[in-house]
Every structure is written in structure tokens, then in C-alpha cells.
Design a protein around this ligand. Structure first.
Ligand code: AMP
Length: 517
């Protein structure tokens, strides 16, 4: 079969981009995938996902585009040719790698038509802008192969390479699925935890163990012929973590996949903030120098594969006992199986006192569920709290009828003066407190409109929250998600309440801690 012209792929991108309808996008993509030769499927899928994005900055793309010259005599490009050049670019190493990439890209762009160029550049920058996510493409693969999307989605958790998955199911059909399972050196998606607001929620897990929740970066370590380390986003980070490779070599097994957290520590072994760790994690240059400045610790908490045996379906209690047998105690996460909530609470306090983020509770009978944020793992963090002022309140309904209950919460706006509303809550108070606050607020009443009483800013409450969100519904653009009152702070005056600046600082920290590689 003749190679599929790259132009066809660029045209599909254009068509898919021009329709907002998801189903239409899926059917266009499915029809296109069906036409491809076996070898072309994976490159096309990677291209559509913008996976070509490599270390090519915007500048390289621009320079290459400016320097391009049309090579008239070399016929049209095929998908395979573009793929070959992308690979060469990705493999360019060493001092002049940037120049090599620019040259390769210049050669490629010189042979392109405008439409082809548009999508080559977007794919290289990792911004296809055609409204196709991995989820949509997966549905297209399902449609093209006649298989259920749910089944493919499950497979993808164990083997997160949609290009390979598409190739196997489109060329081999259902029997090909057996090829796709957990494999050494192909990281699987990490299992995630839901938030528990309070330690009492842990009882819902049934039997559970607690582990410290370390504030670092999640890693998966694979050992077969050699040791490779992958980040939570499944990128390889081995080069940046030489001492973790050394520690992993101490695990007593020839082949394994284990999971854990890497934490940066200071000279006395105290955990350092996440941002410090990010100065080392995923770094390629100056690793030796940084190693001197910042030490790392490893805390393992799971084993997913051991000497040919896939362990993900085994209960967590069994996986942990296997891990304990093969790994030295000093690289294991601290863990207990608490007798009661009292012991759980003490464990949490200990974790916080040692400078960690909180604790993780894990159901003893749970399999490892890759890519799932489920109820089998719960995280309990020390929540940041804010001291906010009540500036208004709504009359309650139902059980809270007769009380002012949904409180409008505000922080101080030090630049403009006054108070900035950043959320509402009716959570966290006892009936007596509701009654008390209702009386107090009525004494501070300034005005009332449609069930809302506006009050003089005086009463300060300490609130916990899950997250600070950007929200256009609030005048200052910030909103506290799931705010709940921890305490009424009669010891504080409105002038002592937290400020918009602190809120924006906390918001930035939140963003930063999500930038894990
Ligand atoms: P979060 O990012 O807040 O959803 O919390 C989940 C993350 O906590 C995981 O991805 C790990 O990086 C980290 N973590 C720290 N300690 C543990 C632990 N003992 N078990 C599982 N995850 C942990």
C-alpha cells in the first residue's frame, strides 16, 4: 500500500477543528484511522495529540520557519516521513542539538504546503487546538475498531500509550488486546486519593492502614535490565535522581515496579518545600552540583510487579507485606494499622509535627486501580485556614429556618480598603453557635434585601477549605471551594483578618504544587 500523504492528516485536523460537535469529530477521526496502514497509526495518533512536542521552543520553530526554502523537486510528504524527521529531532543530543533540530525542521518545513506547516508547528509546540483530547481520540479508536470505549480506557490505564493501543486493536482486533498489559519500563497511571475532610471519615474504608503523606513528587521505579524512574505524569526522570537509583538498587529483587514519593530534605533531614524539590526533579544538567546542595529521601508505599507477577489485583495488605520483604526499612513509608480513631489522630499529629503534609488512609482489601481517584485511598491534609470576616448572611431554610446561616465570607482588601467577598458557607457550626451568631449579626445589621442581611464587618471566623478557585462570580475573582467554619475567633478583630494578598499567595502556591513533571 502506498504511504498515506501527510496532507491527508493535515486536512483531517482542519476538518476536525472546524466542527464543535464531539460526535462529528469522533467519526471523522475514526474514518481516517481506518484508512491508515498499520505502521502509520501510532505516528498519526501521537501527532494528533501534539505528542511531537519536544524540547523545541517557539524560537526554534520560528527560526526554522523564517529560514525555510522550498525544495521543489522532492514530492509530497507522507505521514511516515514526517514521523521520521520528528524522531530524528527528538533524538538530537549534545551541544549542537538545538542547531541540528533547527536544520531538520527547516528541511521539513521547506517541503510543506501551508496547511501542513500549520499543523506541524502546532504539534511541535504541543498545541494542536483542534479540540481533540485523548478521550475523544480513544472514542474514535473504539469506533474504528468496533470495541467498547470503556474497555480501551481500562487498558490505557495499564499501558498509557494510545498510539500503540490504536495500532494493536486496529490491526489485530480484539485478540490484540491481550498484548496490552502492565509491562516493565512502560509506566502505568498512578492511583489517586480522594480528600477526607475529617479523620472520622476514614471509618468508611472498613479495614485500613495509614501512611504518612509526604510532600514531594510521586515516582514509579522499574527494574529489569536496569533501573528507570518515571514521574507522576509518566515522564522518565532517571537522570535527575542518581541517589534514588542507588537506593532502588538495594531492593532485593531482580525485576520489579515499585511506587513511592521523593522528598527533598535539609541537612538535618527535615522535609523541604515542594518547590525546592522541583529544582532537582526532571533536571538534566548540573545534576551533580544540585545533588550536593539538596538531598533526597525515598519513601516507598506500593509494589505493582515482582519477578513476572503482576500484583495490581492483589489486595493492598498483601502488596505491602511483599514490599516490606524486598525493600530495606529505611526507604519505606511510615505506616500503621490503627486500632481506633484515637490512634489515627495521634499518627496524623506525628506526621504534621515531623513536617509532612498529612496522612493517607488506604483500604486493606483494595486492588491497585491505575488512574483512578477513588474512595479506596483517602488523603487527610492539614488544611490551610483563613481568618475571614462575616459581611452578610442569608436566612436559613428547613432545619436552619429562623437562623442566619449562609455566611458571606470576606478578606481584607488592603489596597482599596474595605472587604472582598470570597465565599459562602453554612458548614461547621453547632445549633447553639448558629443561634448565638444569628443574634450577634442582627445587632450588626446594616440592611436587608431578599433574604440576605448585610452586616457591619466585625465577626471573624476561621475557615478551612479544599481549594482556592478562580471564579468570575465573585468580584475579586477568587472563591473558596468547600469552605467550612473551624472556629469563631472572638479573639480577633476585623482589622486582623486575612488579606487578599495572602489569598493570592496561597493560590499561587497551589498552582505551583500542581506543576509536578
Ligand atoms: P494529591 O496530589 O494531593 O492528590 O495527593 C496524592 C499524592 O500524594 C500522590 O500522587 C503522591 O505523590 C503523594 N503521596 C505522598 N505520600 C503518599 C503515600 N504514602 N501514598 C500515596 N501517595 C502519597
Amino acid at each position: 500500500m502506498a504511504e498515506t500523504p501527510f496532507r491527508d492528516l493535515a486536512e483531517v485536523c482542519e476538518k476536525v477543528a472546524s466542527t464543535p460537535k464531539k460526535l462529528k469529530k469522533i467519526s471523522l477521526l475514526a474514518a481516517f484511522l481506518k484508512r491508515l496502514d498499520e505502521d502509520e497509526i501510532s505516528p498519526a495518533v501521537d501527532f494528533l495529540l501534539g505528542k511531537g512536542s519536544m524540547d523545541v521552543g517557539y524560537v526554534t520553530v520560528r527560526t526554522a520557519e523564517e529560514g525555510r526554502q522550498r525544495a521543489l523537486d522532492e514530492g509530497p510528504l507522507s505521514i511516515m516521513m514526517v514521523n521520521k524527521i520528528f524522531r530524528e529531532m527528538a533524538h538530537a543530543r549534545g551541544k549542537s542539538s538545538r542547531k541540528k533540530r533547527e536544520n531538520l525542521l527547516q528541511g521539513l518545513l521547506g517541503r510543506c504546503e501551508a496547511l501542513e506547516r500549520k499543523y506541524i508547528m502546532r504539534s511541535l509546540l504541543g498545541e494542536m487546538r483542534i479540540g481533540v483530547s485523548e478521550g475523544i481520540l480513544l472514542e474514535a479508536v473504539a469506533e474504528a475498531s468496533g470495541m467498547e470505549a470503556s474497555l480501551l480506557r481500562k487498558k490505557l490505564m495499564f499501558f498509557p500509550d494510545l498510539g500503540y493501543l490504536a495500532r494493536v486493536v486496529l490491526s489485530e482486533g480484539r485478540p490484540g488486546l491481550s498484548k496490552i498489559s502492565l509491562q516493565l519500563y512502560t509506566p502505568l497511571k498512578p492511583m489517586l486519593a480522594e480528600m477526607a475532610h475529617d479523620i472520622t471519615e476514614l471509618s468508611a474504608l472498613g479495614g485500613y492502614a495509614l501512611e504518612y503523606k509526604y510532600d514531594g513528587a510521586r515516582i514509579q521505579i522499574h527494574r529489569g535490565e536496569g533501573i528507570k524512574i518515571f514521574s507522576r505524569r509518566l515522564k522518565e526522570v532517571t537522570e535527575s535522581l542518581p541517589e534514588i537509583v542507588e537506593l532502588a538498587a538495594k531492593i532485593r529483587a531482580p525485576e520489579y515496579i515499585v511506587e513511592g514519593e521523593v522528598v527533598a530534605v535539609d541537612k538535618r533531614g527535615k522535609p523541604m518545600p515542594f518547590q525546592d524539590l522541583m529544582r532537582r526533579f526532571g533536571r538534566r544538567h548540573g545534576v551533580g552540583e544540585m545533588k550536593e546542595k539538596l538531598s533526597l529521601k525515598l519513601y516507598l508505599f506500593d509494589v505493582l510487579y515482582l519477578n513476572d507477577a503482576v500484583l495490581v489485583d492483589e489486595p493492598y495488605s498483601k502488596r505491602w507485606s511483599i514490599l516490606e520483604k524486598i525493600a530495606p526499612g529505611d526507604i519505606l513509608a511510615k505506616r500503621i494499622v490503627p486500632k481506633d480513631l484515637g490512634e489515627a489522630e495521634r499518627f496524623m499529629e506525628e506526621a504534621l509535627a515531623e513536617g509532612h503534609e498529612g496522612i493517607m488512609a488506604k483500604a486493606l482489601d483494595s486492588p491497585y486501580l491505575p488512574g483512578k481517584r477513588g474512595k479506596k485511598w483517602l488523603k487527610v491534609k492539614k488544611s490551610e485556614t483563613l481568618d475571614v470576616v462575616i459581611v452578610g448572611a442569608e436566612w436559613g431554610h428547613g432545619r436552619r429556618r429562623g437562623w442566619l446561616s449562609n455566611y458571606h465570607l470576606a478578606v481584607r482588601d488592603t489596597s482599596k480598603g474595605g472587604y472582598a467577598m470570597v465565599g459562602k458557607t453554612f458548614k461547621g457550626l453547632t445549633d447553639e453557635e448558629f443561634e448565638e451568631i444569628t443574634k450577634e449579626l442582627l445587632e450588626l445589621k446594616l440592611s436587608e434585601t431578599r433574604g440576605t442581611v448585610f452586616v457591619k464587618p466585625k465577626l471573624v471566623v476561621e475557615v478551612a477549605f479544599d481549594e482556592i478557585q478562580k471564579s468570575p462570580r465573585y468580584p475579586y475573582g477568587y472563591a473558596l471551594r468547600f469552605a467550612r467554619i473551624k472556629r469563631i475567633r472572638r479573639d480577633r478583630r476585623a482589622e486582623d483578618a486575612d488579606t487578599l494578598e495572602r489569598l493570592s499567595r496561597l493560590f499561587k502556591m497551589q498552582i505551583r504544587s500542581r506543576q509536578e513533571t
